[in-house]
Design a protein around this ligand. Structure first.
Ligand SMILES: Nc1nc2c(ncn2[C@@H]2O[C@H](COP(=O)(O)OP(=O)(O)O)[C@@H](O)[C@H]2O)c(=O)[nH]1
Ligand SMILES: [Mg+2]
Length: 203
C-alpha cells in the first residue's frame, strides 16, 4: 500500500517539477543568475532542510514560473568540480549554459566545456538555453556574436535558444525562463523522465 501511494506521489511530483542545470565555466555568472532568478520570482518557497545538499560547489534555487515548479542546480564550474556535474545530468530536464559575453579570452574554454556537455549521453535531448551574460557591461559582445563563435555542430536534434541577459539587472531573464518552461513541457526528454519515474514508482 505504501509503495502504491509512494509511486503515485512520485508520479504527481515528477509531473509538476522540472530540474534545470545551470552550467558554465567559473566566473560566467551562474550563482549570480541563480540569485537573480530567486529575486525575480520572489514567490519562491523555502527549501526544506532535508533537501539541502551540503555538497561543496552546489547551490539550489526553487521558483515557480508560468505555472511550473522549477528547481535550479548551480554546479561549481572549476575544473576540479566538473566531475560532480555528471551526477546531476541524469535527472535534468534542461540545461542553462552561462557564458561571460564580456570575456572573449575565455570563449574557447567555454566552448569546449559546452561541447563536452553536449556529447554526454545522460544529457541527450535536454533542451539547451545558452545565455550570453553580462550584457550590462560595455565590453560585452552580442548574442549573435557568441553564437557565431560557439559554432555548435551538435544541436540538430535539440531544442535550443540563445539569449542575451544580464544577471545583474535581470535583462532577458524572464523571456528565457518562459521559453525554458514551454520547451520542457513538450520535450521528449521530459516524457522519458516522466515515464521512468512512473515505472520506478510502480515497482
Ligand atoms: N557586470 C556583471 N557582472 C556579473 C554578471 N553576472 C555575474 N557577474 C560577476 O561575475 C563574477 C562571477 O560571478 P559568479 O556568479 O560568481 O560566477 P560563477 O562562478 O559562474 O558562479 C562576479 O564578480 C559577479 O558579480 C552580470 O550580469 N553583469
Ligand atoms: Mg558560482
Amino acid at each position: 500500500m505504501f509503495s502504491l501511494f509512494y509511486g503515485l506521489w512520485k508520479y504527481i511530483f515528477s509531473k509538476t517539477e522540472f530540474h534545470v542545470l545551470i552550467l558554465g565555466i567559473d566566473k560566467a555568472g551562474k550563482t549570480t543568475l541563480l540569485e537573480k532568478l530567486k529575486a525575480i520570482y520572489s514567490n519562491l518557497e523555502g527549501l526544506p532542510p532535508d533537501r539541502i545538499v551540503p555538497t561543496v560547489g552546489l547551490n539550489i534555487g526553487r521558483i515557480e514560473a508560468s505555472n511550473a515548479k522549477l528547481v535550479f542546480w548551480d554546479l561549481g564550474g572549476q575544473i576540479g568540480l566538473r566531475t560532480i556535474w555528471e551526477k546531476y545530468y541524469d535527472e535534468a530536464h534542461a540545461i542553462i549554459y552561462v557564458i561571460d559575453a564580456a570575456c572573449p579570452a575565455r570563449f574557447e574554454d567555454s566552448k569546449s566545456a559546452l561541447e563536452k556537455i553536449l556529447r554526454h549521453e545522460d544529457l541527450q535531448g535536454a533542451p539547451l538555453l545558452i545565455l550570453a551574460n553580462k550584457q550590462d557591461l560595455t565590453g560585452a559582445v552580442s548574442v549573435e556574436e557568441v553564437a557565431r563563435y560557439l559554432d555548435l555542430k551538435e544541436l540538430d536534434e535539440r531544442l535550443y535558444m540563445f539569449e542575451a541577459v544580464s544577471a545583474y539587472d535581470g535583462m532577458g531573464i524572464k523571456g528565457a525562463v518562459d521559453w525554458l518552461v514551454e520547451v520542457m513541457e513538450r520535450s521528449k526528454r521530459t516524457e522519458a523522465l516522466r515515464a521512468r519515474a512512473g515505472v520506478n514508482g510502480r515497482i
